[in-house]
Design a protein around this ligand. Structure first.
Ligand SMILES: [Zn+2]
Length: 484
């Protein structure tokens, strides 16, 4: 890495030789690896936080002991480059750990590294495999039988809701889906209110910090939620819950302010962004900046400027080789199926949208498509043979249309002469949060209109669809960058 920084490497490109220099700007790793790399005490040791000088407390758990990091109104002193250097030198001289450091870290040899500021907290290991997994274990473990949060006797009922077996500890990505989408609807009728409210703080904060665009208001809200989560963890679950993963919550906001959304420094791999190619090697700020511009452009009023900016942003993203353009910037990859008879219930809506008469429709040619590609998304419909998951064809609308803001698409309809494409399906409206005042990304929906015909320009993004106790619920994705 030192050679790559000082000497760099030369690559041949279409425009000639290019010199590339590499710098390590930030690091993400789990707690065990972090202790090793930084030459520090392990996560359950004295002064094991890399960001502050919190010593922690040893508390009794069952027959053993563990270190916890209790919530403090007055925050512990933050580490600085100077204090770390002093601690390391003292540790080398004293030949014993000082403020958590055994000695110099191998990372210190890298240029431009200030490691307490370059180190991040991976939400996959911290929020998911750390906190969420720990809470799940507590809720269902036999040893929690007499605790108010024990829901082990409800596992069969919860299993009916979740497709995956709740009693089996899920894998990493399932923890993410559980936290972001399924936890609130599934636990709502089982976990006592104060425990549910507490967990909902983590759910909402994670969603906010995982977005593609995070506003100062989001940051403020997430900070409050995480502070509440940390503060209430001990009263609800006891000292032992406040391990280093929970303590790291108190540092996460600064990391997001410094480095961007949680996904930019997580150990989850990123999928290709809207068909652009694998972005794992791309500089994440470039990605983040692009997302901010995309969102800003969406807010502009319709007109030439908006269209121009959208065209620039869309440039090179949609391959024209495999896609057949069917109007409204929609593309299909397979031949369309001709429709001989349009359903009566659709005719009036179609003629309204085309600004023509019902009689005139007879002169037009209609074709069905199972899936389309638009706005850098592939939108599926129920008529698509391979579609199994309902979230593939449940879509949030860009704005409310005929008292609906969610549609479950049955098929797409193209009108050749008009170069128009419509989605046909059932329209729903988001009516209430699953938990009052918490988690606005997860909402109950009501069916409002069957056989709704809708312009494809209104299709915004996929959502997760769930049915819990006969209640229909949707959950929004915080971003479309992470791999599912
Ligand atoms: Zn700390």
């Amino acid at each position: 890495m030192i050679d790559l920084y000082h000497i760099g490497l030369t690559v041949e490109t279409s425009t000639g030789q290019q010199k590339i220099y590499v710098i390590v700007s930030t690091m993400t790793m789990n707690l065990q690896a972090r202790a090793g790399v930084f030459n520090m005490t392990q996560h359950n040791g004295l002064y094991s936080c890399i960001f502050c000088e919190e010593p922690g407390l040893v508390v009794k758990v069952g027959k053993g002991h563990t270190r916890c990091f209790p919530y403090r109104e007055e925050k512990p002193k933050c580490r600085s480059s100077i204090s770390i250097e002093q601690n390391v030198l003292s540790a080398i001289e004293a030949k014993k750990p000082v403020y958590g450091f055994f000695g110099r870290s191998i990372i210190k040899h890298l240029p431009f590294i200030d490691f307490h500021e370059s180190c991040t907290v991976d939400y996959m290991h911290g929020f998911l495999l750390g906190i969420t997994k720990k809470l799940l274990s507590l809720w269902i473990a036999g040893s929690s039988y007499q605790k108010p949060y024990f829901i082990g006797h409800n596992l069969k009922d919860i299993d009916k809701i979740l497709t995956a077996d709740f009693s089996q500890i899920p894998r990493k990505i399932e923890f993410r889906s559980f936290l972001l989408f399924y936890a609130l609807p599934c636990l709502k009728d089982f976990l006592p209110g104060n425990y549910l409210e507490h967990f909902a703080c983590l759910i909402e904060a994670t969603f906010l910090l995982l977005q593609e665009k995070i506003t100062p208001r989001d940051i403020k809200r997430a900070e409050l939620l995480l502070d509440t989560f940390y503060k209430c963890s001990k009263p609800l679950y006891g000292d032992a819950i406040c391990g280093l993963n929970v303590h790291n919550i108190s540092h996460i906001i600064k990391l997001v302010e410094d480095w961007g959304p949680l996904w930019t420094f997580s150990c989850f791999s990123l999928k290709s962004i809207h068909g652009k190619g694998n972005v794992s090697g791309e500089v994440y700020w470039a990605v983040h900046s692009e997302k901010i511009i995309e969102n800003e452009v969406k807010q502009l009023t319709d007109g030439k400027v908006k269209q121009l900016l959208q065209n620039i942003l869309r440039h090179n993203r949609i391959s024209s080789n495999d896609n057949y353009e069917i109007g409204d910037q929609c593309y299909v990859m397979k031949p369309l199926v001709k429709v001989l008879n349009i359903e009566e219930s659709l005719k009036e809506q179609i003629s309204d949208l085309l600004n023509t008469t019902v009689d005139h429709l007879q002169t037009l040619s209609f074709f069905k498509a199972a899936k389309i590609r638009r706005n850098n998304f592939v939108f599926y419909s129920q008529s698509c043979g391979k579609v199994k998951q309902r979230n593939s064809y449940t879509v949030l609308l860009h704005k409310e249309y005929k008292a609906c803001d969610i549609v479950q698409i049955q098929y797409f309809l193209q009108i050749k002469e008009k170069r128009k494409t419509f989605a046909v399906g059932n329209g729903f409206m988001r009516v209430a949060k699953v938990l009052h005042g918490r988690g606005p990304s997860i909402q109950k929906i009501d069916l409002r209109r069957q056989n709704l015909v809708i312009q494809t320009s209104l299709l915004e993004e996929h959502v997760v669809y769930m049915e819990v106790n006969k209640q229909q619920i949707v959950g929004r994705f915080p971003n479309f960058v992470e791999k599912d």
